[in-house]
Design a protein around this ligand. Structure first.
Ligand code: PNS
Length: 172
């Protein structure tokens, strides 16, 4: 009955997950998901996509630096970047899971498509979804950029190093 799904040894069952995204910038919603993911997986790699078509506010290096600062208390969380296909990066990093968050039903359709596509491309990688904490269900990097550009305070939505970086971009 389970012939298509090979059994795993306890060593193989140690799960390395990738949490991929643009993180332009990292928000408290991302941070909440990463903190929860770090309790579920042996090793969590937060991976910034470099070859995005989106116009970025922060360079990849700036994002990596802020994220390393924020995640330093988490001993099993690593920050990395990737280009090309996510499943190829998963293969390279020997990851058996992809972690994604769902805030609302509007996220679901895109996430469903990505998860199905990624499974076709690399069946060994499972996509695992966590529901975003309801406290952050409305927080997105795009909205944060819009609010700060228009002079609003985003201190409650982003970690401290991100807030400092945003303020230095917009108050010079
Ligand atoms: O933070 P985002 O922008 O929602 O993250 C999207 C991301 C990086 C997860 C997605 O665009 C991605 O995985 N891109 C890599 C290219 C790829 O593998 N595409 C095929 C599967 S969608």
């Amino acid at each position: 009955m389970f012939a298509a799904i090979p059994l795993m040894t306890s060593q193989q069952r140690r799960t390395t997950a990738i949490y991929p995204g643009s993180f332009d910038p990292l928000t408290n919603g991302h941070l909440d998901l990463i903190a929860r993911g770090s309790r579920l997986f042996s090793h969590l790699i937060v991976a910034v996509l470099t070859n995005t078509h989106k116009q970025a506010l922060f360079s990849v290096d700036e994002r990596l630096e802020m994220m390393r600062d924020v995640f330093s208390p988490f001993e099993n969380v690593e920050v990395d970047s990737f280009d090309g296909l996510l499943v190829d990066f998963a293969e390279k990093r020997k990851a058996n899971a992809i972690l994604r968050g769902i805030r609302a039903i509007s996220d679901y359709e895109t996430e469903l498509q990505m998860a199905h596509l990624n499974r076709r491309l690399r069946p060994a990688t499972e996509t695992v979804f966590l529901l975003a904490n309801e406290q952050y269900a409305f927080v997105s990097s795009r909205m944060i950029k819009e609010v700060i550009m228009l002079g609003g305070d985003v201190g409650q939505f982003v970690p401290e190093p991100v807030l400092r970086a945003l303020r230095s971009k917009f108050t010079s």
